[in-house]
Design a protein around this ligand. Sequence first.
Ligand code: ADP
Ligand code: MG
Length: 297
Amino acid sequence: MPRSTQQPPAPSRSGMAAAEPAEIQRLVEDLDGMLSRLRLGAIREQLDGLLEEAARRQLNLREALAWLCAAEVASKEQRRLSMAMTIAHFPFVRTLEGFEFEAQPSIDPGKIRDLGTCRWVANGDNVVLLGPPGVGKTHLEVALGREAVARGYTAQFTTAMELIGALVKAQQQGTLEMRLAQYAKPKLLIIDELGYLPLEPAAGHLFFQLISRRYEQGSVLISSNRPVDEWDEVFGDQVVAAAILDRLLHHSHVVTIRGDSYRLREKRRSGLFRPQAGGSSSAGIGGVPPPIPAEEA
Ligand code: ADP
Ligand code: MG
């Protein structure tokens, strides 16, 4: 292919030894353009600083090249991460480090930290988080979802209502197949708040279609305020509920959280509420509840 007159001469295979100083100068002048063409945006933007730093550290050429590449790789990884986090649609930022295990003694920290390694995502297993409102289910879903994204997996967060609403609408519009395929795509699908409202049997059946589509393909992380033996009420149909549970629980980790709402702990301490039976408000918190973190949503 003929080269355009705009392009600098390519160095010969034997290297730059034969290049005239004027040619080198032209290459240097086109460096910005070449870096753009190669999509090495971080190197282009930080070139002066990076080269100065490389000189200050007296790096040899190979070391300097590695140093520049590392800056580009870090920047690309950062961009990938922030893009994947955006696509995941987490409702707020929550992390495993930010989860106070002392506040929720019914949770085994080792089990959650093990889930934090995301081996279950790699294996396509599911995680079911069960517990009353305010005990940290959504917090853990977001935190585990972020761990998965940080490890390079695609994730999508949705609520059960949003998901079912989208499936019902798609069915009415004749685009169910497309929607199911869309929800089947991320390696990890997080479904928050199943069970707050009972579903019509038809909606339960759509949910079943989704779960069986994802079965042994990708992971589902699902939370519910209702124990699984009440899911036939949630889905409005015993057979559909059994079929969903069969697939969901086949390769799964179930985490049951018992205890009081984290949100209400301070209020409870001030005497506004009485602790729930079997609750954990008095256990393991040393009498001093940590401040309730501000919502970052
Ligand atoms: P659920 O989804 O079970 O109703 P959330 O995860 O929404 O509860 O928790 C309510 C709020 O309390 C959130 O802001 C969450 O970050 C916080 N929270 C709950 N449990 C803990 C905990 N053990 N440590 C730190 N923050 C917590
Ligand atoms: Mg929640």
